[in-house]
Design a protein around this ligand. Structure first.
Ligand code: NAP
Length: 302
């Protein structure tokens, strides 16, 4: 990857929530010369990730900041104050919202209030609160960039994942709105919607994108200031196109996919039909091409 300067900042200071995808992102950001703040609840894990980073400012200028997104406003406010104080005079240039909570799959009608609250506390309320507390610092400096790891499930229905899906749709709504309100004051937002990604805990026969490839395309998207990117193999990318640009067909298709999912039938047959449809729609299946004008959602074909 071309070593492009990340945004307007020479040695950007990045606050990153560090899960598996976060770990891979941290490695790539560190190698590009970023100063990093790593956050999650498990401090020992964060130390492990830090010890593996290398780059102009890593691991020496990599800070560990334990964070529980469900810990409430007061605690999140203090976390933001600590993050801002780590690099005096610089603050946080990039906030990478990467952490998420996902429950085992369940039918939409079986969702419990406890499950709804647990998911929304982390994926939505905690993430938005952190953003609200950090944004004033960024506004004062006249620059800042939120990179939000959403999901293909934030664009289309996802069988058995109604709550997760709802939380990602909520994130998309909040952050696109935030950008519309603050872009003239120097605040950027990049919403990243990946399809299935290979993680350390993945147990699936589904074709998944590697975390490294997803991180690389995420950094390319952020460094180009893109507003929304879709990163996935087919057929998921094709389904996203259909739901966005031909919703009547897209939702019809997803109704069938959900039906087959819950009837435990071979839903992959529908997906492969969709895959054939989608490859006819998307002209270019090559790796890492940016295929549409920036004013529109920017699918990244892989
Ligand atoms: N994997 C996929 O196929 C896929 C597809 C599309 C989008 N995504 C999105 O990509 C991002 C990364 O996915 P992933 O699969 O790498 O995630 P993951 O491995 O499931 O990791 C989730 C991370 O979130 C952190 N976390 C959970 N609850 C938290 C809390 N209350 N406070 C702070 N941190 C918390 C956890 O760290 P601690 O337990 O240490 O706190 C954990 O490392 C997520 O936003 C996910 O929705 C993933």
């Amino acid at each position: 990857m071309r070593k492009r300067r990340i945004g307007k900042c020479k040695g950007p200071n990045i606050h990153l929530q560090c899960d598996f995808e976060g770990e891979v992102l941290a490695k790539q950001f560190a190698s590009l010369g970023a100063k990093l703040i790593l956050s999650a609840r498990n401090e020992a894990e964060l130390e492990r990730v830090k010890s593996q980073l290398s780059g102009k400012h890593a691991p020496n200028e990599v800070k560990i900041l334990p964070l529980d997104l469900a810990s409430g406003e007061e605690s999140l406010k203090k976390t933001v104050e600590k993050a801002e104080a780590f690099f005096p005079g610089i603050g946080v240039d990039y906030m990478i919202h990467n952490a998420a909570y996902e429950r085992p799959k369940a039918a939409a009608v079986d969702v419990t209030e406890e499950s709804l609250k647990a998911t929304f506390n982390v994926n939505v309320f905690g993430t938005i609160s952190l953003t609200r507390f950090l944004a004033p610092y960024m506004l004062k400096r006249g620059r800042g960039h939120f990179v939000v790891m959403s999901s293909a499930a934030g664009k289309t229905p996802a069988p058995g994942q109604a709550v997760y899906c709802a939380s990602k749709f909520a994130l998309n709504g909040y952050f696109h709105n935030l950008r519309s309100e603050l872009f003239q004051k120097g605040i950027k937002v990049t919403v990243v919607c990946p399809g299935p990604i290979e993680t350390s805990t993945t147990v699936s026969t589904e074709k998944r994108l590697s975390a490294e490839r997803c991180a690389k395309l995420t950094i390319i998207a952020a460094s180009h200031g893109l507003k929304e990117v879709w990163i996935s193999y087919q057929p998921v990318l094709g389904v996203m196109y259909l739901v966005q640009y031909m919703p009547t067909i897209g939702f019809w298709l997803m109704d069938k996919v959900c039906f087959f999912h819950f009837m435990s039938l071979a839903s992959h047959a529908v997906f492969s039909l969709c895959g054939r449809l989608s490859s006819a729609m998307t002209k270019d299946g090559s790796r890492g091409r940016l295929t549409q004008p920036m004013a529109r959602p920017m699918p990244i074909n892989i």
